[in-house]
Design a protein around this ligand. Structure first.
Ligand SMILES: NC(=O)c1ccc[n+]([C@@H]2O[C@H](COP(=O)([O-])OP(=O)(O)OC[C@H]3O[C@@H](n4cnc5c(N)ncnc54)[C@H](O)[C@@H]3O)[C@@H](O)[C@H]2O)c1
Length: 434
């Protein structure tokens, strides 16, 4: 333990980061910039090759940062045997849901087995992937201890949730407080020392399970509140009340209220998926997390609600949705980034196509719709211009990219359905909020 703490203090500990995605890559940069030698591991050879060439594959991470790090103390590799060179290993692999919304831990398990093959005395291993409480202790610990090494004396194991917010200009990996939990007291000491060397604030908690649960609470808090405001939208809409104006008014209360905003559905890697890690685990204890399930039900019904509103609006304009041309604005799940994971825009497009509409999309951040696990649109973005927008029977705002806030884009449009309240009522001939 003392040797590991000494290496961390001297910044000579080699840090391994497994999974170089939205979470892992910023961590590599963080530790490299803090003065550590860093080895980044990924199964995707294209990613490691790009990093070696100094190229970025995540839009909000600039190439000069990549070039500085990978021309400096960082290296990317697909050779997992090199995990043995690392004094600290941080795991940031995906944690998706399976076909039946059950946790899919295969990436964590494969990684745990890979690490178990090379684990050695004096290493600290931290899981960062979002998951249900108990994963670190139930999935990682037994695989590592099966080697004969003992946690807390030979190696150290903890969990520390990632709180990355891509595109956030105020908060980055360095200044977002880092919650850290250990399997035992010495594991907590080791993991807290590791992050303490690179981030501004470490928040130690009493166990890995508390750290795992804190992340889920944060995401469930968002999912439930977004569901609440989506329900408010449906209710107020029926009553002819503008929910956006209601939120603006309510948020002037200086205490006890936090604004959440409605939208066409949930997107991203976290909020639509993570809550169901907890509901699944809760069932093992005979507890039904009804609030979370209800929030999921409300949020997943939103794309259909929006498409119903589009159909009505087109109908009122004297047309049929069958054969109507629809331009969906935005494919990414949140503004001004190129991340399209779980984006509700895909579902909007498919539901509109099912109803016979001819759908195009415009997204300055995503020139071509990627083929995903669930979707294969085979579409390319159309230009973001007023002349282009004017060609469609209806323009449907899904993602509030800054570029879409330019009122002059809508001057020649006939009908706009706006799920994000970014198009002024007089910007187009007709604007419907949905
Ligand atoms: N994206 C976010 O904003 C965010 C925020 C908080 C937490 N998280 C959590 O962090 C974890 C990672 O998410 P992400 O957004 O970075 O995902 P990602 O898909 O961007 O990156 C995961 C990376 O892991 C790689 N990978 C897959 N299997 C691997 C293996 N066996 N060994 C090594 N690498 C492997 C993939 O090639 C990919 O590069 C998830 O659990 C997610 O829930 C994500």
């Amino acid at each position: 333990m003392d040797q590991l703490l000494g290496l961390i203090e001297a910044r000579t500990a080699t840090i391994g980061v497994v999974g170089l995605g939205y979470v892992g890559l910023p961590l590599v940069l963080l530790f490299e910039e803090a003065g550590f030698p860093v080895l980044g591991f990924d199964v995707d050879e294209q990613k490691t090759a790009k990093l070696a060439r100094g190229e970025s594959y995540i839009r909000h991470i600039g190439e000069e940062r990549i070039q500085r790090a990978f021309g400096g103390r960082a290296e990317a590799t697909t050779n997992f045997a090199r995990l043995s060179e690392c004094d600290a290993i941080i795991v940031c692999v995906p944690t998706p849901l399976g076909e039946h919304r059950e946790p899919d831990l295969k990436y964590i398990r494969v990684t745990a087995e890979t690490i178990a093959r090379v684990i050695r005395r004096g290493q600290v291993i931290v899981l960062e992937s979002t998951t249900y409480p108990g994963t670190t202790r139930e999935e990682l610990l037994p695989r590592f201890e099966a080697t004969g090494l003992k946690c807390g004396t030979d190696f150290f194991l903890g969990f520390s949730p990632e709180r990355e917010d891509p595109g956030n200009e105020r908060f980055s990996t360095k200044n977002i407080p880092k919650v850290v939990g250990g399997i035992d007291a010495d594991s907590l000491r080791a993991a807290a020392a590791l992050y303490g060397a690179a981030v501004d604030h470490v928040v130690p908690v009493s166990s890995a399970e508390v750290a795992e649960s804190a992340k889920l609470l944060e995401n469930i808090f968002r999912a439930v509140n977004i569901a609440l405001v989506n329900e408010m939208k449906v209710v107020f809409d029926r009553m002819g009340i503008n929910v956006w104006e209601v939120i603006e008014a309510a948020k002037t209360k200086p205490f006890g209220f936090m604004p959440f905003y409605p939208g066409p559905g949930l997107g991203g890697h976290c909020i639509p998926l993570d809550p169901f890690y907890l509901t699944w685990k809760a069932a093992e204890y005979g507890v039904w997390a009804r609030f979370i399930e209800l929030a999921g039900e409300v949020n997943t019904s939103m794309p259909r609600y929006v498409v119903d509103r589009v159909t009505e609006a087109v109908n009122r304009a004297g047309k049929s949705i069958l054969g109507a041309t629809v331009l969906v604005l935005g494919l990414s799940y949140k503004p001004d980034i190129d991340d399209d994971r779980e984006s509700p825009s895909f579902e909007l497009i498919e539901l509109l196509q099912e109803r016979g509409a001819k759908v195009s999309y415009c997204d300055p951040f995503i020139p071509e719709a990627r083929r995903g696990r669930k979707h294969d649109l085979g579409l390319k973005s159309v230009p973001c211009t007023a002349d282009e927008f004017a060609k469609y029977d209806v323009v449907l705002v899904s993602t509030p990219h800054s570029a879409f806030k330019d009122a002059s884009l809508y001057g020649k449009t006939k009908l706009v359905v706006d799920t994000r309240n970014i198009v002024g009522a007089d910007a187009a001939e007709k604007v419907v909020r949905a």
